[in-house]
Design a binder for this molecule. Structure first.
Ligand code: CAO
Length: 541
């Protein structure tokens, strides 16, 4: 019976790299079990076994570039008995082919014996002179078979070298930064009840490995079935492909359904370690239910693009503030159905009054911009229309009306946007609000805001009036339900019934959460603001 050569199927792209070999010579696989994982610039694909059978020889290794039709592996016929192991190179001279790294073959069961000291050496890792980037064990550690001993990183792949035995580490022969090649000694370990073995086995004499390790190591123990190429795991693998993590970590991530791109790596060069995945899962499990209600939309990640292909680039880390703001914006944008109502308000008289008070403001050491007037008008409107001074419950089955009127003001700072909150705006006079605006904006720009000065908001004003623009669509500062954007006031010709007259018009852009507020309410809100601002005496009513 001749062995069948399994070839790389149509992978939908010109070429792909082998990033994982899930099987080794001697493995028994079932149809659809993953054989290898390929990664092209567009996708990560698992190549499933076409049928049940025994792997005779793997013809590819991690890092190989493949295309459709390339030889992948040799598979014995399904009735397997015909393809005698002795016919395969592995079976005939396994010790010479594959050093340490896996338990002694079960075909040669050893008589129970007292514990023995065994060497573990670097297996065939597909390349020589590979640096150690992490040593995961120390003398005295009790480890299990398949536990990671060291992690090696070549220019092609990150590889974890697992322990071929369970036992106690007696000596560690390598350290971070060492350069290793096949056959180099990694650790000595005491293995209980193992068959006596040479104490210093060279690679070729080392205990037989039935499969290569490193990045190509199947992540499940030999006894376990190779993992099924389920659709969801494929999607997850795709999301996980660009992260810096070894196979064992990827395995855990797959088992727990963790998208590794969301996990912060604490290892060297931000590599994701097992503990990082464990901590991520712990953190997710301890998240309050409400925080989970709005997540999990399955939104695809943005692809990583190498912009340097088209010209010079410079990469800079975003400030912490910008990172936090980015998350908040995205969370709000994804959870809140936004609508923006545009309007404009005639502030001609208001501006005359404001200008008449400028000197008085200066004398007070303050500054009277249109903002305090906006705050006052908004506070009035929020009391008139309490649905704008409210929040929805995370389950979106209740609305919580706030009986206080705290308004946030977006402040542009060199590090990013901050939103200090002015408390009880409805109870404060214009001068008090003007002073507070100046003080809070100053504190924001000097990074002196205290957490409680940025909390408790009911509504937000984002004023770009001093910068320019005719309108914009601000993002609701969820869980608030509305935000007022203000653009630059401009003199426009307005028809007064008999003629055009020049009026100073202030553009208003009210974005709102359409789950809490309907369009007519939003139009009434901006109309009310317009009315209040066109004659500020209305605020006194
Ligand atoms: N139309 C015309 N002129 C305006 C105006 C408007 N809507 N709003 C302010 N101005 C004028 C002010 O009157 C002032 O001129 P004078 O000194 O002649 O009176 C000048 O613009 C500068 O105002 P300011 O910026 O110092 O003060 P402010 O009260 O208008 O704004 C603050 C304060 C903190 C809101 C503002 O500095 C700021 O940071 N804005 C950016 C907010 C932002 O980035 N929002 C976008 C967030 S993304 O949704």
């Amino acid at each position: 019976m001749t062995d069948e050569i399994i070839k790389v199927p149509d992978i939908g792209s010109d070429g792909a790299e082998v990033i994982e070999v899930c099987v080794g010579a001697g493995d028994q696989v079932e149809a659809e079990d993953s054989l290898i994982v390929l990664e092209s610039d567009k996708a990560t694909m698992e190549v499933p076994a076409p049928r049940n059978g025994r792997i005779v020889e793997v013809l590819l290794k991690v890092g190989d570039k493949v295309s459709e039709g390339d030889d992948l592996l040799k598979m014995a016929a399904e009735d397997g008995a015909a393809a005698a192991p002795a016919e395969t190179p592995e079976a005939s001279a396994p010790a010479a082919e594959t050093p340490v790294a896996a338990p002694a073959p079960e075909a040669a069961p050893a008589a129970p014996a007292a514990s023995v000291i065994k060497e573990v050496r670097v297996p065939d890792i597909g390349s020589d002179n590979v640096p150690v980037i992490e040593v995961s064990v120390k003398p005295g550690d009790e480890i299990s078979e398949e536990d990671t001993l060291v992690t090696l990183e070549s220019d092609k792949a990150t590889m974890e070298v697992p322990s071929p035995f369970s036992g106690v580490v007696t000596e560690v022969k390598v350290k971070e930064g060492d350069i290793l090649s096949q056959g180099d000694l990694i650790i000595m370990m005491e293995v209980a009840g193992a068959a006596p073995a040479p104490q210093t086995a060279a690679p070729s004499q080392a205990p037989v490995a039935d499969k290569p390790v490193a990045a190509s190591q199947p992540e499940a123990p030999a006894a376990a079935q190779p993992q099924k190429a389920a659709e969801s795991s494929r999607e997850l693998e795709q999301a996980n492909k660009s992260v810096h993590a070894g196979p064992a970590v990827r395995k855990i991530a797959r088992e727990f359904g963790v998208d590794l791109s969301l996990v912060r790596g604490s290892g060297p060069r931000s590599r994701i370690l097992k503990e990082d995945v464990q901590n991520y899962v712990k953190a997710k499990l301890s998240e309050p239910k409400s925080a989970q209600v709005s997540g999990g939309l399955g939104i695809p990640q943005m692809p990583a693009v190498d912009f340097s292909k088209w010209g010079e680039v410079e990469e800079k880390e975003l400030t912490r503030l910008r990172q936090i703001a980015a998350k908040n914006f995205q969370r709000s944008w994804l959870n809140v159905p936004h609508v923006t109502q545009f309007d404009e308000s005639d502030i001609t008289e208001l501006e005359d009054f404001r200008k008449s008070q400028k000197a008085a403001a200066q004398a007070r050491g303050s500054k009277l911009t249109p903002l305090p007037f906006m705050l006052k008008a908004c506070a009035y409107a929020l009391k008139e229309m309490p649905q704008f001074c409210a929040s929805l419950s995370p389950e979106v089955d209740r609305i919580i009306y706030k009986k206080y009127v705290n308004i946030g003001v977006a402040v542009d700072t060199p590090d990013g946007l901050l939103v200090p909150v002015i408390k009880d705006v409805d109870k404060k006079g214009l001068w008090e609000l003007a002073d507070e605006c100046v003080a809070l904006a100053e504190k924001a720009r000097n990074k002196q805001l205290k957490p409680d000065e940025m909390q408790g908001g009911c509504f937000t004003i984002s004023s770009l009036g001093s910068v320019g623009g005719t309108a914009f669509t601000p993002i609701v500062n969820a869980p608030e339900v509305a935000i007022l954007g203000i653009s630059k006031a401009e003199i426009k010709p307005k028809w007064n019934g008999s003629e055009f007259s020049p009026r100073l018009m202030l553009p208003l852009s009210l974005s709102y959460d359409h789950r809490a507020i309907n369009g007519a309410e939003a139009a009434r809100f901006t109309a009310l603001l317009g009315q209040l601002l066109s004659d500020i005496r209305n605020i006194l009513l």
